[in-house]
Design a protein around this ligand. Structure first.
Ligand code: SF4
Length: 211
């Protein structure tokens, strides 16, 4: 497994391994359709077979970048919101990044598997639990949104196990795994209709043909 840069080598988070940053539309979950500046950090140790960001897994491919420069580009984009994603962003100390974004008045959303300790402050946390490396307990308390990827019938049980650990404020979403969407969608629709605490998330950015 790739070695991930530690806090000291990242100057406490003033540097971060940046895979890419760009202004786009959030495609999934509660904020689907919202313009947002995406900050995608490189490095992930979860290894989901269906991951559509495998190019981010190896952090060595992404030399640490200055947080201030990234924040400057986010501000210049005109975006009101930022999505911090990966890879798995919680591998790294996120305090300096989120402090700087907050200082610029930007709303900060996090996309995480919850498998590493939290750092930084966020206005919205989307927890997407993964079988291969389940969330830490603290992630459930922090989650504003639980987004469970469904690739087979067995994933409904996994969804309920995770939902049972969330707080009352947490919105629940089932999202078909892209390659299984056509096959699984009828079952997901019926599941949500019968259990209306669940909502359905689809990857609308793939229909919009945007990253
Ligand atoms: S946690 Fe996210 S980035 Fe990491 S392998 Fe899974 S889907 Fe990909």
């Amino acid at each position: 497994m790739a070695a991930f840069p530690d806090s000291a080598s990242l100057d406490g988070g003033r540097l971060l391994p940046l895979a890419e940053d760009f202004y786009t539309i959030q495609g999934e979950g509660r904020h689907a359709g919202m313009p947002a500046y995406f900050i995608r950090l490189g490095g992930c140790d979860v290894g989901c077979a269906w991951c559509d960001a495998k190019y981010t897994w190896n952090p060595r491919l992404f030399p640490p970048a200055e947080v201030d420069s990234v924040v400057g580009r986010a501000v210049a984009s005109g975006a009101r919101a930022v999505v911090v994603t990966g890879g798995e962003p919680l591998l790294y100390p996120l305090g300096p990044l989120t402090d700087a974004l907050t200082g610029q008045g930007l709303r900060i959303c996090l996309e995480t598997s919850g498998s590493h300790p939290f750092s930084g402050r966020f206005d919205w946390v989307c927890l997407s639990p993964k079988h291969r490396r389940p969330p830490l307990e603290e992630a459930f308390a922090r989650a504003d949104e639980l987004k469970v990827v469904v690739g087979s019938e067995e994933d409904f049980e996994w969804a309920e196990e995770n939902a049972a650990r969330t707080s009352e404020k947490c919105r629940l979403y089932l999202q078909p795994e892209w390659s299984a969407a056509e096959r699984m969608m009828p079952a997901i629709v019926e599941y949500a209709k019968a259990r209306p605490q669940w909502n359905i998330s689809i990857q609308t950015h793939k229909y919009m043909r945007i990253p």
